[in-house]
Design a protein around this ligand. Structure first.
Ligand SMILES: [Cu+2]
Length: 145
């Protein structure tokens, strides 16, 4: 009886480990470095960047600086966009279209912002500094489950 009990316990532990592992795998989303090596800046066409890319709920959008800037500042391990030049403002579709800054959803100004996609559908981001949005520093993504 004791022997059977310990066998059952082992099975329970194994199944718990398995469930936990699959849960961890499921919750682990992909990281998307916005603009890839160019990062979050003025010269990248973010509409092109989203082409052929799939976004899912649980994925992370990483807004950071270009690889080039990182190399130039290689003494520092901090991988940032220049927060004096850029920020990340999450907005609605209207504000995305006309670069409106008055009624934003969230504002990220850390210079290295990781934003988790928490729901399915369209998500819009602009840079609210200077006339950067008007010059094309804006990102629109469509996330699916
Ligand atoms: Cu900017």
């Amino acid at each position: 009886m004791l022997h059977q009990g310990s066998w059952f316990s082992s099975l329970m532990i194994l199944s718990a480990i398995f469930s936990l592992t699959s849960l961890m795998l499921k919750s682990e989303g992909a990281n998307h470095t916005v603009g890839d090596s160019s990062g979050w800046e003025l010269l990248t066409n973010y509409t092109n960047w989203t082409q052929g890319r799939e976004f899912h709920v649980g994925d992370v959008l990483v807004f950071s600086n270009s690889i080039l800037a990182k190399i130039c500042h290689s003494s520092s391990t901090v991988f940032n966009y220049n927060k004096d030049q850029h920020n990340v403002m999450q907005v609605n579709s209207t504000a995305y279209a006309d670069c409106g800054r008055d009624n934003y959803i969230s504002l990220f100004t850390n210079g290295n912002d990781s934003i988790i996609i928490s729901e399915a559908g369209e998500h819009w981001f602009i840079c609210a500094m200077y006339d950067h949005c008007e010059n094309g520093q804006k990102l629109s993504i469509n996330a699916t489950l």
